[in-house]
Design a protein around this ligand. Structure first.
Ligand code: HEM
Ligand SMILES: *[C@@H]1O[C@H](CO)[C@@H](O)[C@H](O)[C@H]1NC(C)=O
Ligand SMILES: *[C@@H]1O[C@H](CO)[C@@H](O)[C@H](O)[C@H]1NC(C)=O
Ligand SMILES: *[C@@H]1O[C@H](CO)[C@@H](O)[C@H](O)[C@H]1NC(C)=O
Ligand SMILES: *[C@@H]1O[C@H](CO)[C@@H](O)[C@H](O)[C@H]1NC(C)=O
Ligand SMILES: CC(=O)N[C@H]1CO[C@H](CO)[C@@H](O)[C@@H]1O
Length: 435
């Protein structure tokens, strides 16, 4: 009986914590915390794209790679360190670019609203804005509220990002593993309407397809001959070729036209014609209006893959480095004060601290001391003092779980060592989430 009660309590706390962490992407997540965020991103991205028309393709590919490894959490932006080889070192990433522009946006946002806007959201917005530049209006909606991951592994990038040699069933499986459909696969492959490919990603199709010095029969032979004039040998890994010949800078549905003519650059492009269902979708997307509508929808789905929201992950200060946590130190967004109070019994101590807070420097700030009335009926875990409406937490709840609307956390007893203090300031103190 006792066992089942505590099991009940544990599950309940787990559920409540689950809800607390909650959070989904939503429209204009920064409306209140950083109202100018989306305008700032658009302004800087448009300025850069105006000077460098290769950027939209770089961001589109960057966003795709980000979302396919640990979800859209900006793990693609993290630099390798002495002890960790990050996604940036991976084979598919070798040619991702635009990192400097993301950092320029981040720097500006940190000036305006420090610690608020995630790098993951910046990548999603930068992708939309860069591709939309030529249309002077957003081509799709970007929901925001992503948080940044803290892990980036080269091995995961190499195993999660589909290589251009994939056949249809492998591509289908790769997208399915991210919750994306064959429809998304065909629609998003339309991203190859802009940008370039390096010879080494497709030259086997030109020179040595089956290992007998032959060309890929599914590649248009005239086009293959043209590509051989660009990529002179199997060893060429520096020459780049437009993926959508003649239209490589325009974001349009020309990709599907050339695909139908067997002029898709990679085996993975050609593979879309090897499945009846996918091939039918290719035909549908020959209609430009249909392509723009479908692309917008699939981008929203791609942008939601495996996102961290609520209190998961962090908001990085710089997009290329994971925030390093120093033991005992709260983030700069949190201030810590020590107050001496008389030792006079647990509950009156609460009252005393509350008095102290309301009457001291904390009064006058915008935060209210009235904390949310929660879980009063969970004896031992939360005890509420009626007078001040301050929840008192012990155990795991006392370790600074990140509860929305909690502006102040009071720890009674001075911890004996720095590790203990780090536990006490908990996630709230270390992640620096603002109220
Ligand atoms: C379906 C599986 C996919 C495969 C196998 C694949 C593979 C590749 C490869 C090998 C390149 C050439 C990179 C280089 O040589 O620099 C490339 C370029 C590109 N990919 Fe994909 N890709 C896929 C899906 C996507 C998706 C879903 C998007 C975005 C919606 C995308 C957007 C791009 C863009 C924009 C480029 C040009 C990059 C540049 O110009 O630097 N790709 N892709
Ligand atoms: C344009 O951006 C790409 C990707 O970041 C970069 O490699 C290239 O040098 C830039 N070109 C110019 C002219 O700035
Ligand atoms: C696709 O490739 C996988 C792995 O090489 C192979 O097992 C499978 O038979 C291939 N599928 C088709 C339809 O060729
Ligand atoms: C073509 O492929 C075969 C089999 O993989 C390999 O033995 C041969 O060396 C390749 N030819 C060239 C020119 O690389
Ligand atoms: C290109 O090939 C050369 C010679 O094989 C090699 O040294 C170099 O590292 C390669 N570069 C890339 C970017 O793979
Ligand atoms: C292996 C490799 O070429 N990695 C590159 C990945 O992308 C970053 C940023 O452009 C480069 O600095 C790395 O050298």
């Amino acid at each position: 009986m006792k066992g089942s009660l505590s099991f009940f309590l544990i599950s309940l706390v787990a559920i409540l914590l689950g809800t607390c962490r909650g959070g989904e992407l939503r429209k204009h997540f920064y409306e209140e915390t950083c109202p100018e965020a989306e305008d700032i991103v658009q302004k800087i991205i448009w300025e850069n794209v105006a000077l460098n028309s290769t950027l939209p393709a770089k961001f589109l590919r960057m966003h795709f790679h980000d979302c396919f490894v640990r979800g859209c959490d900006a793990s693609v932006l993290i630099d390798s360190t002495a002890s960790n080889s990050a996604e940036k070192d991976s084979i598919p990433n070798q040619t991702v670019g635009g990192f400097d522009v993301i950092e320029e946006v981040k720097t500006e946002l940190e000036k305006k609203c420090p610690g608020i806007v995630s790098c993951a959201d910046i990548v999603a917005l930068a992708t939309r804005d860069s591709v939309s530049f030529q249309f002077e209006k957003p081509l799709w909606e970007v929901l925001t509220g992503r948080r940044d991951g803290r892990i980036s592994l080269v091995s995961e990038a190499n195993s999660q990002i589909p290589p251009p040699s994939f056949n249809f069933s492998q591509l289908k499986q790769s997208f399915a593993s991210k919750g994306l459909t064959v429809h998304d696969l065909v629609v998003l492959s339309g991203g190859h309407t802009i940008g370039v490919g390096h010879c080494n990603f497709f030259s086997r199709r030109l020179y040595n397809f089956t290992g007998k010095g032959d060309a890929d029969p599914s590649l248009d032979s005239t086009y293959a001959a043209f590509l051989r004039t660009k990529c002179r040998s199997l060893a060429d890994n520096t020459t780049i070729v437009e993926m959508d010949p003649g239209s490589g800078m325009d974001f349009d549905n020309n990709y599907y036209k050339i695909l139908r003519q067997n002029k898709g650059m990679f085996q993975s492009d050609a593979a879309l014609l090897t499945d009846n269902g996918a091939s039918n979708i290719v035909d549908e997307l020959l209609d430009p209006a249909k392509f723009f509508t479908e692309f917008a929808q699939s981008m929203e789905r791609l942008g939601a893959v495996g996102v961290l929201t609520g209190t998961s992950g962090e908001i990085r200060k710089k997009c290329n480095v994971v925030t390093i946590v120093i033991a005992g130190k709260a983030t700069e967004l949190i201030s810590q004060h020590v107050m001496m109070v008389k030792e006079s019994g647990k509950f009156s101590k609460t009252a005393e601290i509350a008095d102290c807070l309301t009457s001291s420097q904390i009064r006058g700030r915008s935060h209210s001391l009235t904390l949310r009335r929660m879980w009063t009926w969970l004896p031992k875990i939360w005890i509420m003092t009626k007078r001040y409406n301050v929840p008192v937490a012990t155990g795991v709840a006392g370790r600074g779980i990140d509860i929305p609307d909690v502006a102040h956390v009071i720890n009674y007893d001075m911890p004996g060592n720095i590790e203990m203090h780090t536990h006490l300031i908990g996630r709230t103190g270390r992640a620096g989430k603002l109220v």
